[in-house]
Design a binder for this molecule. Sequence first.
Ligand SMILES: Cc1cc2nc3c(=O)[nH]c(=O)nc-3n(C[C@H](O)[C@H](O)[C@H](O)COP(=O)(O)OP(=O)(O)OC[C@H]3O[C@@H](n4cnc5c(N)ncnc54)[C@H](O)[C@@H]3O)c2cc1C
Length: 330
Amino acid sequence: MTTLVLAEQRQGILASTVPHIVTAARQLGGSVTLLIGGSRGQQAAKTAARLTGVTTVLLLPDDTTTDPLPERLAQQIVQWMAVDHLDTVEQIVAAATPFGHALLPRLTALLDGSLVTNVMAINAPDSVTKPIHAGAVLVTRHLMRSPRLMTVTASSFTAAAEQEHRSATVITLPTLTMPTQATESWRLRPTSFQASHSNAQADLRSAAIVVAGGQGVASCGSFAIIEELARQLGGAVGATRSAVDAGVAASDWQIGQTGKIIAPKLYIAAGISGSLQHLAGIKDAGTIVAINHDPQAPIHAIADFSLVADLFQAIPALMTTLKQLATRPG
Ligand SMILES: Cc1cc2nc3c(=O)[nH]c(=O)nc-3n(C[C@H](O)[C@H](O)[C@H](O)COP(=O)(O)OP(=O)(O)OC[C@H]3O[C@@H](n4cnc5c(N)ncnc54)[C@H](O)[C@@H]3O)c2cc1C
């Protein structure tokens, strides 16, 4: 039995979610094969091959695009599986990211399998747990039909370690010719790639520390105070939808029901009220620190440490203390 992990890469760099998805795949049992598409997959494949638990890395070369399009990649995978792997691949796993959510429904339809999205725990190869109603309820789903496909919330699983002295076999698959009717159905063509400016410090989905700001920060017209604290702590920047809507935070910083689901060890929420939609994104966070000047704000009820204070006074004081601690001898 094989679990196929569909690994995302951008411009040859393996996505930070992949080591987490490998852990989820290992919990499903059997061998773990990783598949990477796109013309610059070699570099990402080298990193992927060192991940603990990965048996084989398959490179699906595609000279037409550096970052594979879901509709094209789905058809290539199905073609590859049709050659002789249809019986051995029991599970197909990808990260619960736009990449995974665009690719897996297409694959499910083409392979006539069963699909569950946003999996946060694996109970058995055919039984998984996922949140619904903005995380207020957890449900168990049974995947009745093989192959079983799932998108997995990366932050719910620890990252598989990179090994220094061992590497899985990397196999480059032959380029497959697409049937004309398949290529005619493609509706998208990549024209350019532009990295967003945001979160230069760390990836929000896999960061151990996240500093997030809400409307209380946005009201001053800048997110600089949050970015500075995140930089100082070596963490990632997060935001509420209100802060994104106010135009001071990037949209890919949004955490919550319609944003990212994260599970950092430390989550600092500044000027955030704690709406249900926001809390849906931090259910698996470790220690939650709330800085909010309203003692009645709902965020205080779920926080491990509450600071009822003005964030524009509390955060600079915190940064000064951190600097002093960092420079203190011993
Ligand atoms: C369908 C749907 C989906 C949604 N999805 C999401 C989502 O994914 N993520 C998300 O975040 N929201 C989402 N929302 C919006 C959500 O309902 C809330 O409106 C939003 O989370 C509130 O953001 P906030 O906490 O920043 O703002 P507010 O609720 O306005 O809270 C601001 C807080 O800052 C405090 N504050 C103000 N000034 C200071 C200061 N100087 N010092 C300290 N504290 C201060 C205030 O006391 C207040 O508690 C969604 C809504 C809907 C309807």
